[in-house]
Design a protein around this ligand. Structure first.
Ligand code: DI6
Ligand code: FE
Length: 426
């Protein structure tokens, strides 16, 4: 039996075992497994084991009940008592961009508001300028370093939005970079967020910009660059009528939609998104009761982003108790971006979701696994059960509630994506 946690050390290049050098079937023994497979509870198996066939889970249960493996070539891996959870899913990031905005952070600490900085031409627009100036390889290099940090925090699936190019070619470049990031050991879903802000060349012509986005979307889609469509519905960005035009094109292409909604004000975006059966509505600090009812009826996930709440020193809380009461599933993600949430730790967001938003540890961990997967429309991950993808995170923890308890230092020992180990550390 291979002592897995000794055979993969951090800092080495990827040691992903490929189909060519590994048997199709693996038995992962000696782990404390939190499956999250039921409707509630951790699904904890104290002395657990998992059998994988190629990239999927074939069996999960108590090691004492492990089915006989017959004569098939099987690789046995000893997980040394680590806690094993579903790989974390970061379902809302803006990972591809040039530069950073530390100077605006200082301005805000001096009292300037996010909206004031945006209206004065800073904010998203300053990142657009830096992104346009960066070549594809430079964007890939900076984003892949960030992605590696996310992965070191247990992330095995990440959604990556465009939205800092804001022209046909600049958005396409960012989406190509996002696709390429999917070859580095994390599953990637791409989202077009061309309707993020008005680029300077369209100043005063927001409707013309939206018309351009509606023309560009089918072309990005034809290039295989887009899995979903997002927009920023806000008084400093686009109104519901403009977002509706973009969503209509998404629908005609068969692409699911999601929306940055009610982050700085109640703009009614949630109701619009629900009419388009949105996968998720994101942020939601200013969400109304009508918005909650619309999400509930549409089965839309409430995507909570405590990093942006913290970084903007927001005081208005998203209506978590009402969402819980309505049975709207709540997801938790990083919203990694240079303007409002420059964090690369999803476990830290789990902690903040508990302390600031009052989620229970179990809700927050489900929010970063099961419900985040649902927010991406992915039914094949987020829990550990037969038939699901073999995407795991391994932790030096005794109980999954500790994912919410410790904060600011990673306990992740490595990840497994599609049954292939990634940098597992002793
Ligand atoms: N809401 C956000 O929090 C980010 N985008 C958005 O629509 C912020 C993006 C930025 O400031 O660069
Ligand atoms: Fe965002």
């Amino acid at each position: 039996m291979t002592a897995l946690l000794e055979s993969f050390t951090p800092g080495l290049p990827e040691k992903a075992l490929t189909a060519a050098d590994a048997p199709a079937r693996r038995v992962w023994r000696h782990a404390r497994v939190a499956t999250l497979a039921g409707a509630s509870g951790w699904g904890l198996i104290e002395r657990g084991a998992i059998v994988t066939e190629n990239a999927r889970i074939a069996w999960v249960g108590d090691e004492a009940d492990l089915p006989a493996q017959g004569n098939a070539a099987v690789e046995e891996l000893d997980l040394d008592g680590a806690l094993l959870t579903p790989g974390l899913v970061d379902a809302h990031t803006h990972l591809v961009y040039g530069g950073h905005r530390a100077h605006e952070f200082e301005m805000r600490l001096q009292g300037a508001s996010y909206e004031e900085i945006a209206r004065a031409g800073g904010g998203i627009r300053s990142t657009v300028a830096a992104t346009r100036a960066a070549g594809e390889d430079a964007l890939f290099a900076s984003a892949s370093a960030r992605l590696r940090t996310l992965r070191e925090g247990g992330v095995t699936t990440v959604e990556i939005k465009s939205g800092y190019g804001l022209s046909f070619e600049d958005e396409a470049r960012c989406l190509r970079v996002a696709r390429r990031l999917g070859t580095t050991g994390v599953s990637v879903r791409t989202t077009s967020l061309a309707a993020h802000a008005l680029p300077p060349e369209f100043e005063g012509r927001a409707d013309d910009y939206i018309a351009a986005v509606c023309e560009w979307l089918p072309r990005w889609h034809a290039q295989g660059l887009v899995d979903a469509v997002d927009a920023f519905c806000e008084r400093i960005a686009f109104g519901t009528a403009q977002v509706e035009r973009v969503f209509a094109v998404a629908k005609s292409l068969g692409l699911p939609v999601k929306l940055h909604a009610e982050q700085l004000s109640d703009s009614g975006g949630t109701e619009l998104a629900a009419r388009f059966d949105a996968l998720s509505c994101d942020h939601l600090e200013y969400l109304s009761d009508a918005g909650i009812a619309a999400m509930r009826a549409a089965g839309t996930v409430a995507m909570l982003l405590p990093g942006a709440f913290h970084f903007l020193r927001e005081t208005k809380l998203p209506p978590v108790a009402a969402l819980r009461e309505a049975g709207v599933p709540m997801a938790v993600s990083t919203d990694h971006n240079p303007g409002t949430s420059p964090t690369l730790s999803l476990p830290l967001m789990i902690h903040l979701a508990c302390v600031d938003f009052r989620l229970t540890p179990e809700e927050a961990v489900r929010g970063a696994t099961v419900h985040a997967a649902r927010a991406l429309g992915l039914a094949d991950r987020g829990t550990l059960a037969a038939g699901r993808r073999a995407d795991f995170a391994l932790w030096s923890l005794e109980h999954p509630r500790e994912l919410a308890y410790w904060f600011g230092h990673p306990a992740c020992r490595g990840t497994v994506v599609g049954a292939a180990p990634k940098d597992l550390a002793p």
